[in-house]
Each structure stands twice: as structure tokens, then as C-alpha cells.
Write a protein that binds this ligand. Structure first.
Ligand code: FES
Length: 100
């Protein structure tokens, strides 16, 4: 793992998510109760979670509405034990950094 700058610090609006591709990986960064990052690709049919609707810690996949916890990566519907990879996020003066 190594820290990488992915965006300027205001690139993700409060209450929203945005997808970044880092080393070929699609990662969603959410600005909701702090910053959280996890793999952006839904395990159902590869929908991007980044534009999903947020309700507290839960994001809803825009394609078929499966739900994930943005802090733990855990899938909350249908399949037990599925967890998307999560990443540490740090927001510094010059940008948003991910430990990828
Ligand atoms: S692709 Fe996410 S719920 Fe179907």
C-alpha cells in the first residue's frame, strides 16, 4: 500500500461520491461524515457505486439498488459475507490521498 493523491481537496462535494481510477482500480470516494473510500464496482453487475444515493453510512447501487456500507465495504443484501475492499483516505491541504 502507498499513499497517492487522487484529486484536489474539494473534488468530492459533501453528501456525494465520486469515482477515481487508481492503478487501474475503480475506487469510489464518499464525502459523508468524513471521507470514505472503497472499491466502486458492485458485485452484482459491475454498477458504479460512486453516484449511488447515500443514506447515512449506506450507499445504494444506482442500477438495481443493492446496498453497501461505505465504511466497511459490506454488502447488506442477498449474499452474506461479501465485502468490498476499503481504503484509508486522508485529506490534506493540497488534495485527497488514498492508501492504495
Ligand atoms: S449492478 Fe449494483 S445492484 Fe445490480
Amino acid at each position: 500500500m502507498a499513499w497517492k493523491k487522487v484529486a484536489e481537496k474539494d473534488a468530492v462535494a459533501p453528501g456525494k461520491g465520486r469515482e477515481f481510477v487508481v492503478d487501474g482500480k475503480r475506487i469510489a470516494v464518499f464525502n459523508q461524515d468524513g471521507f470514505h473510500a472503497l472499491d466502486s464496482v458492485c458485485v452484482h453487475q459491475d454498477g458504479s457505486l460512486a453516484p449511488g444515493k447515500l443514506d447515512g453510512d449506506i450507499v445504494e447501487c444506482p442500477l438495481h439498488f443493492w446496498h453497501y456500507n461505505i465504511k466497511t465495504g459490506e454488502l447488506l443484501d442477498y449474499i452474506k459475507g461479501v465485502k468490498l475492499q476499503t481504503y484509508s483516505v486522508e485529506v490534506k491541504k493540497d488534495g485527497i490521498y488514498l492508501d492504495v
